[in-house]
Design a binder for this molecule. Structure first.
Ligand code: ADP
Ligand code: MG
Length: 266
């Protein structure tokens, strides 16, 4: 694989895009699904790509995840140039470095929840016993320990999406991508799902990039990237989220002292 870390690339950079374009040809017409995007995604942060239907969000996500190749530009994922990789290199790259959550779950219908979750480990030749242990742990983490032997058709949409979240994280991927992960779910289940997926990402300090057209879903991200007509319209950083997090760590001993004082009063 073309490892090509340049001087100046930071270790904290997960993915760097340099003037990335994806042009589709439809007969005589050219559609710039992604029309020239340059941005750096940092490690351990949660991003939301927000935009209307047809704005180019899925195309951008597929480029970032090595599912599609750009027409122009550079996509540098932890020092690896995705635009230079062959299809077979990209397949290996995806197995090793990324997790994916789809709107339609994309579980294999004939496999149980446990088997679906452990599939990425099978591709990486982890032995059967360890696969089961790790898949069980992951199912427990998403609240589905008691559904391990259920097939997708025997689970609700929300449960199926939990299985697919467990599958996305099981390999400890560098980056987890989610394309409209709540698109098929009701409001309450959507909130549960966003809390779950962002909770796991924060706990593991993992980079998470979520595509959505739903403004409500963007509140879970550290950085919201507004996409319009294939380009970045604006970027909202939420420093208060990070600041609040650091503050709460600093204050933890005090908080604990306070809460035990309350307990004594009770
Ligand atoms: P979004 O995910 O924001 O709804 P997409 O990335 O799916 O948007 O699509 C962006 C634009 O690119 C749309 O105009 C769409 O019609 C077009 N497009 C997407 N995929 C293809 C394709 N394979 N061939 C031709 N046009 C495409
Ligand atoms: Mg889409």
């Amino acid at each position: 694989m073309p490892w090509d870390r340049k001087l100046g690339d930071k270790l904290s950079d997960a993915i760097v895009l340099k003037d990335v374009k994806k042009i589709y040809r439809m007969g005589q017409e050219k559609i710039a699904a992604v029309g020239g995007i340059s941005i750096t995604f940092e490690e351990g942060k949660i991003y939301c790509l927000l935009g209307a239907s047809g704005s180019g969000k899925s195309t951008l996500l597929n480029l970032l995840a090595g599912l599609e190749k750009p027409t122009k530009g550079e996509i540098i994922f932890k020092g690896m140039h995705l635009e230079k990789m062959s299809e077979s290199d990209l397949a290996i790259f995806r197995r090793r470095y990324i997790g994916f959550v789809f709107q339609s779950y994309n579980l294999l219908p004939t496999l149980t929840a446990l088997e679906n979750v452990s599939l990425p480990l099978a591709f990486r030749r982890v032995n059967g016993k360890e696969r089961k242990i790790r898949a069980r742990e992951m199912l427990k983490a998403v609240g589905l320990a008691n559904r391990a032997n259920h097939k997708p058709s025997e689970m609700s949409g929300g449960q199926q999406q939990r299985v697919s979240i467990a599958r996305a994280f099981i390999n400890n991927p560098k980056v987890v991508f989610a394309d409209e992960p709540t698109g098929n779910l009701d409001t309450k289940t959507s909130e549960e799902m966003m809390n779950l997926v962002t909770g796991i990402a924060r706990e593991r300090n993992q980079t998470l990039i979520i595509v959505t057209h739903d403004l409500e879903m963007s509140h879970y991200a550290d950085t919201v990237i507004h996409i319009k007509d294939g380009i970045i319209e604006s970027i909202d950083e939420k420093p208060e989220l990070k600041a609040g997090f650091i503050e709460s760590i600093d204050e933890k001993p005090e908080l604990e002292a306070e809460s035990s004082a309350f307990e004594r009063e009770d």
